[in-house]
Design a protein around this ligand. Structure first.
Ligand SMILES: [Cu+2]
Length: 306
């Protein structure tokens, strides 16, 4: 949060720094005054008179009420100013990306391009990007600390977030609203790219899945159909059109599986297909009790989906 990488996160970090400075100054003044009073007004040997009582000191009251009031007002105005700057405003008709929270993964649709991605969200740097956030089930919360504020994903309504990312890189985040058993494995990877890299990524991902090459992969495509995987998963260019699970059209281009749970490798894919409930207990994918030969064919098919 304190190493901001977007215009919005910079505002939040600056405001946080102001708060730190003010809080540190108050701590210092109070500590100093306490020490000074302790030394100056301590009981002196032989002096048994009580100190005088002072009633209604206008000066002290003004001081005690005035300074905190001034500080609170100052931060109130600054906070309102930044909240306004972060607010997308009325013009939210044309989001660059629509994020849908699912138990327990993220779907990313890029309107007008036909691109659907999951868990690894590619965004361009250097310009204002509008994100629409919604939920397919329960309340989730988007938070990538280096990129700015949190935003809830609430069933039945759309929320919006502006992002102006400063420099290319990978920014990690996580779901920040407890959403069930695998809430901890609902990580976010934002891949921020230059405009030309981003355009190239969009173009590559708008293409349908490449046809399986080789006998094993072809068998895998058949198993995929037979086992009704396509009821929940989409593979563009095939019969598979489901959206209850992540889009698999370009699965192999992702670095991780299952919203950050493990690296995207062939052995890990095999482990997941073997017993999904042992890898991510509670995840909404049933155990298909696959035969080793079926699993092998499926993995051969899936790793080709670049
Ligand atoms: Cu969640």
């Amino acid at each position: 949060m304190l190493t901001p990488a977007s215009e919005q996160a910079e505002r939040i970090a600056t405001l946080t720094n102001y708060f730190f400075v003010a809080a540190a100054a108050i701590l210092l003044v109070v500590t100093l005054l306490t020490i000074i009073f302790l030394v100056k007004y301590r009981a002196k040997p032989g002096d048994n008179t009580l100190p005088p009582k002072i009633f209604r000191s206008r000066k002290a009251e003004l001081f005690i009420v005035g300074i905190p009031l001034a500080l609170v007002s100052f931060f109130f105005v600054l906070t309102l100013r930044d909240m306004r700057a972060l607010e997308p405003g009325a013009d939210t008709q044309h989001p660059d990306v629509i994020i849908t929270g699912h138990q327990w993964w993220w779907q990313a649709d890029y309107p007008g391009t036909g691109v659907v991605a999951a868990n690894e969200i590619h965004l361009p740097v250097g310009r204002k990007v509008l994100m629409r956030l919604r939920s397919a089930d329960v309340i989730h919360d988007w938070w990538v600390p280096e990129l700015g504020n949190k935003m809830d994903l609430i069933p039945g309504r759309s929320n919006h977030l502006w992002l102006t990312i400063r420099k290319p890189g990978v920014y990690e985040g996580a779901c920040s609203e407890f959403c069930g058993q695998q809430h901890a494995w609902m990580r976010i990877r934002v891949v921020a790219q230059t405009e030309s890299e981003y355009k190239a990524w969009l173009a590559a991902h708008a293409a349908p899945a490449i046809a399986p090459a080789g006998e094993l992969a072809q068998r895998g495509a058949t198993v995929f159909q037979e086992k009704t995987c396509g009821n929940c998963h989409r593979i563009a260019g095939t019969e598979a059109k489901g959206d209850a699970g992540p889009d698999l059209t370009h699965l192999s281009s992702r670095k991780t599986l299952l919203a950050g749970l493990m690296d995207n490798t062939a052995p890990n894919l095999g482990r997941w297909l073997n017993h999904p409930q042992q890898i991510k207990p509670g995840a909404y994918m049933p155990d298909f009790l696959l035969k080793p030969s079926e699993r092998e064919a499926l993995v051969a098919y899936l790793v080709q989906l670049k």
